[in-house]
Design a protein around this ligand. Structure first.
Ligand code: ZN
Length: 177
């Protein structure tokens, strides 16, 4: 893993909130799973993990020499905000995936009932329905969950993250001396 590789840049929404860089998300997920301690060196502004010999944050550009000093742990509020964001996202992805499955179930029944060929051919009707469920259900769940659920979930979750961030910055700056 490299620190300054421009190729591993994922989508960063340009909404004024520097949370959560990919590296910070990876770190917090690892901490949550108990795979890593919440210790290290983090940007004092966006809490992206930074290396010991770097003074400028690759994610938000914060310079530790002139701006906020690096911190040795990600604040609890920030870690909780990420867990919340991921929960909201997962909820929307799953919800839309189930919707896709439901559409395949209901649509499959409607289709089989509507085709005259299947009327007295229960075996064929069952096979056709099974295939629709198996293939259609998977495709619809994937498309609806992975695409629409993911997008809507991200936007909803992001809104919450931004308001958490704004509250956090206000508190952080108020207690700064
Ligand atoms: Zn930063």
């Amino acid at each position: 893993m490299s620190f300054d590789d421009p190729a591993d840049q994922r989508f960063h929404p340009n909404d004024g909130c520097p949370l959560f860089s990919e590296r910070l998300e990876e770190h917090l997920v690892a901490v949550q799973k108990g795979l890593a301690p919440n210790r290290g060196q983090f940007c004092g502004n966006c809490y992206t993990p930074v290396s010991r010999d770097t003074t400028t944050c690759a994610h938000c550009g914060q310079d530790a020499r002139t701006g906020r000093k690096t911190v040795d742990a990600v604040p609890r509020e920030i870690a909780e905000a990420l867990i919340k964001q991921r929960k909201v996202e997962a909820k929307w992805v799953n919800g839309f995936a189930y919707l896709g499955l439901l559409i395949a179930m209901v649509g499959g029944i409607a289709l089989v009932l509507a085709v005259p060929f299947f009327k007295d051919r229960l075996i064929y009707a069952t096979i056709a329905y099974g295939l629709i469920l198996l293939i259609g259900g998977r495709v619809l769940a994937g498309v609806l969950g992975g695409y629409y659920g993911d997008r809507i979930g991200f936007e909803r979750a992001r809104r919450e993250t931004i308001s958490t961030w704004e509250r956090w910055v206000a508190t952080r700056d108020a207690t700064q001396t």
